[in-house]
Design a protein around this ligand. Structure first.
Ligand code: SAM
Length: 261
């Protein structure tokens, strides 16, 4: 049946995604810097600025990989905690809160844990690493103040299921922010961008990570992902309110936001 066919396709996709990220885990951070010319750092900074972390929050970073977003959120929470502590006359210390890094791939999480150790991040607590699927999150209903997913949702087999799960685990008033590659808003740049992504990125993958196929997959998955408006309507269909998006670097990426009210 057609349904059966789709099931096989879905299984193939998650197997493929699993292989890709196990294969790239050890070179992932270097490759990100090389392929984006360091821009991914600014995009992630922008995501955290939009999020506005606060002390004591429960934050969930899905498809958290090697921890880039989680480390930024935790750092911002620490700054807020210190600021509040300074202003506070209360006898009890201001709580830091918790960042939960969730990813389906244990190899990516392990690379993140190594990085945290090396950089002394999360030594005072506040960071937890959880193997889990965005489509079936191992967290309770209404338990999170905010949810982020960076360069993750296009790898998920069923985007609708992942959005429903984001909505389920968020508290009322909780925020959803998704950073993802998107469609260029400046059409004149498209040819250049296509040439770069289809020709240059797989070659960087071959030379640096000895893995052309995985980077070929990454480029193709970017092309297949819905454009800004279409993705915004999927987020609305998952019951989020106040849905908006912001283009970054001319639409190479976009941050989509929404709220559970
Ligand atoms: N968020 C990190 C960053 O921005 O550097 C990592 C992004 S990486 C391109 C994509 C991540 O999504 C991988 O770590 C992969 O294992 C994870 N992933 C893919 N499918 C997933 C799923 N269904 N549930 C959770 N994580 C998933």
């Amino acid at each position: 049946s057609i349904a059966g066919f789709e099931e096989i396709r879905a299984e193939e996709k998650s197997k493929r995604v699993g292989q890709v990220f196990s294969s790239v885990a050890s070179s992932y951070d270097t490759m990100n810097d090389l392929m984006s010319g360091g821009l991914h750092r600014l995009w992630k900074d922008r995501l955290v600025t939009r999020l506005q972390p606060f002390a004591g929050m429960q934050h969930l970073d899905v498809a958290g990989g090697t921890g880039d977003v989680a480390f930024r959120v935790l750092g911002a929470m620490g700054e807020e905690q210190a600021r509040e502590q300074e202003d506070s006359d209360a006898p009890n210390p201001v709580p830091l809160g918790q960042v939960h890094v969730c990813d389906i791939n244990p190899d990516m999480l392990q690379a993140g844990q190594r990085k945290a150790l090396q950089q002394h991040i999360g030594e005072g607590g506040g960071l937890s690493w959880v193997v889990g699927d965005a489509e079936q999150l191992p967290f309770q209903d209404n338990s999170m103040d905010a949810y982020t997913i960076a360069f993750g949702i296009r790898n998920v087999t069923n985007i609708d299921a992942a959005l429903d799960e984001a909505f389920r685990v968020l508290k009322k008033g909780g925020a959803f922010h998704c950073l993802e590659f998107s469609q260029l808003a400046l059409p004149g740049l498209r040819e250049l961008y296509d040439a770069y992504s289809f020709r240059v990125i797989p070659q960087i993958g071959r030379v640096v990570a000895n893995d052309e196929a995985s980077y070929q997959y990454l480029v193709e998955s970017i092309r297949r992902f819905p454009d800004q408006k279409t993705f915004a309507s999927l987020i609305r269909e998952a019951q989020f309110s106040g849905v908006s998006y912001e283009n970054l670097s001319g639409g190479i990426c976009a941050i989509h936001s929404g709220f559970k009210i």
